[in-house]
Every structure is written in structure tokens, then in C-alpha cells.
Design a protein around this ligand. Structure first.
Ligand code: PEP
Length: 254
């Protein structure tokens, strides 16, 4: 602790929940936190079809709205695509970029992810940039080189202005949805490394960039990660799908 960085608890719902379920969940969260002050800024990232409805429920509350992905461009003949401009118009203030599932199942590479960060910024969305190594890379002790490559790749596509607005989420791919987690001290070292690499490009601002941990976080283990000095919150998938669990995690200080 001892820093003034913003702290976050981000719910990534992936491809879960209908519009009706998403709306009801958001309404319940807002009802439950009314009059309280959460220790971590809570953000919900629903599916694209539910964005508008969830945004309506969250309006005026302390919970913010994020999207899970954006496509490049603003408007045009790109069937099936959703631009940052349209996401912002639908109520999103944030967007997840470079999630490992996008890298793995949608063949998104470092270059495209850098472009998406730039595009998010141009669309008035703050990017939540995910980085992380695969199991094989972890076993070969390549975590540092993979993370360095992924962060440095942003430098050629995104401006300093855009980089100043990001959150980074360190998500070891082998920990996502598996129940496996790294030692909190290992995750802390990677978070420190991320800030050090960012300092090459934005030396005066790197210390203010929130770096989160993600990968099988739950109410049972979140304390361990939030206790680490370089970890400023968590990006949570599976455990964010239940109101009770989400609220427990949002209210934890360390
Ligand atoms: C994620 O979706 O980014 C994630 C970390 O998922 P889970 O919490 O389910 O591992």
C-alpha cells in the first residue's frame, strides 16, 4: 500500500447472462451498495447486447461500465464489428483489450492490441490492457520476456496520452478459469515489472498506472493479492457472476 493509485474490482462476465439477467444483477448490486462506500472501484463488463441495459441500471451509482472488446474504426461497412465509438455511445467508459481469450480464440496479436488501445483512447474509452504468459512460457521461465514484449508492443501503436489512461491486468493464462494461482509475491513482481517497462515511455506517469491481478480470483484468495504493494485490484471472471461474491470482493481493502 502506501500509494495513491486507484484500486479496482473488475467483473468480466465473458459470454454469460442474458439481457434480463444482466439488468437484474446490476439492479441488485446498486440496491445493495446504496449508501455505502466500496473500498475498490467496482466495474462491470457485460456482453455487448447487455451494455445499454446495464448502463441504465448503473447510472448515478458508484459502479462503472466497461465493454469486453472493441473493433477498429468508427462506423462503416464492417459487418459484425462494434467500434469503440458505438460502445461509448452505449454507455461504456472502459474497454478490456487483449484478453487472453481474444488473443487465443480470435488470433489477436500484439500489433492489433496496440491499435485497439489507441482506438479506445480516441473513442473516449479507458483501456484495460491484459497481458500474461501461457503455461508453457511459465514453465520455461519466460514470463519476463513475454510480459516485456506485450507491454513494449503498445509503445509503437498507442501515444503517450493514450498510455497514461490505461489500467493493466496481469493475467497468467494458466490461472484463468483453472483454480490455479501464482504465488501472490510472484504476481507482485510481475506488476512491478510492468510499471518499470511503462516507465520507459511515460516516466512521470508509470507510477500512477493501476496494475491488477487476474486469474481464478475469489473471495477466498483475493486478500492475498490485494495485500501486495504493486497490485491495485483484481480482474475477475467466474467469481464475478454471483452478486454475493462480487460484493464481498469489492469491499475488501487488503
Ligand atoms: C478473466 O476472465 O479475465 C478471468 C481472470 O477469469 P477467472 O476469474 O474465471 O479466472
Amino acid at each position: 500500500m502506501g500509494n495513491t493509485r486507484e484500486r479496482f474490482l473488475i467483473a468480466n462476465w465473458k459470454m454469460h447472462k442474458t439481457v434480463g439477467e444482466s439488468r437484474a444483477f446490476a439492479r441488485e448490486v446498486v440496491r445493495r451498495i446504496k449508501g455505502t462506500t466500496l473500498r475498490n472501484q467496482l466495474m462491470i463488463c457485460p456482453t455487448a447486447p447487455s451494455l445499454w441495459a446495464v448502463g441504465q441500471e448503473l447510472s448515478g451509482s458508484q459502479v462503472s461500465l466497461g465493454a469486453q472488446n472493441l473493433d477498429l474504426g468508427r462506423e462503416g461497412a464492417f459487418t459484425g464489428a462494434t467500434s469503440g465509438y458505438l460502445l461509448h455511445e452505449a454507455g461504456a467508459k472502459w474497454v478490456i483489450v487483449g484478453h487472453s481469450e481474444r488473443r487465443q480464440y480470435f488470433a489477436e496479436g500484439d500489433d492489433l492490441i496496440g491499435q485497439k488501445v489507441a482506438q479506445a483512447w480516441e473513442s473516449h474509452l479507458r483501456p484495460i490492457v491484459c497481458v500474461g504468459e501461457s503455461l508453457g512460457e511459465y514453465q520455461e521461465a519466460r514470463t519476463i520476456s513475454v510480459i516485456t514484449r506485450q507491454i513494449e508492443a503498445l509503445f509503437s501503436k498507442a501515444t503517450e496520452e493514450a498510455l497514461r489512461t490505461i489500467i493493466v491486468a496481469y493475467e497468467p493464462i494458466w490461472a484463468i478459469g483453472t483454480g490455479e494461482v501464482p504465488q501472490p509475491s510472484q504476481a507482485n513482481n510481475v506488476a512491478a515489472l510492468i510499471r518499470k517497462i511503462l516507465a520507459q515511455k511515460i516516466p512521470d506517469d508509470a507510477d500512477n498506472i493501476p496494475v491488477l491481478y487476474g486469474g481464478s480470483v475469489s473471495p477466498k484468495n483475493i486478500h492475498q493479492f490485494l495485500n501486495e504493494p504493486h497490485i491495485d485490484g483484481a480482474l475477475v471472471g467466474g467469481a464475478s457472476l454471483q452478486v454475493e461474491e462480487l460484493l464481498k470482493m469489492a469491499d475488501i481493502s487488503s
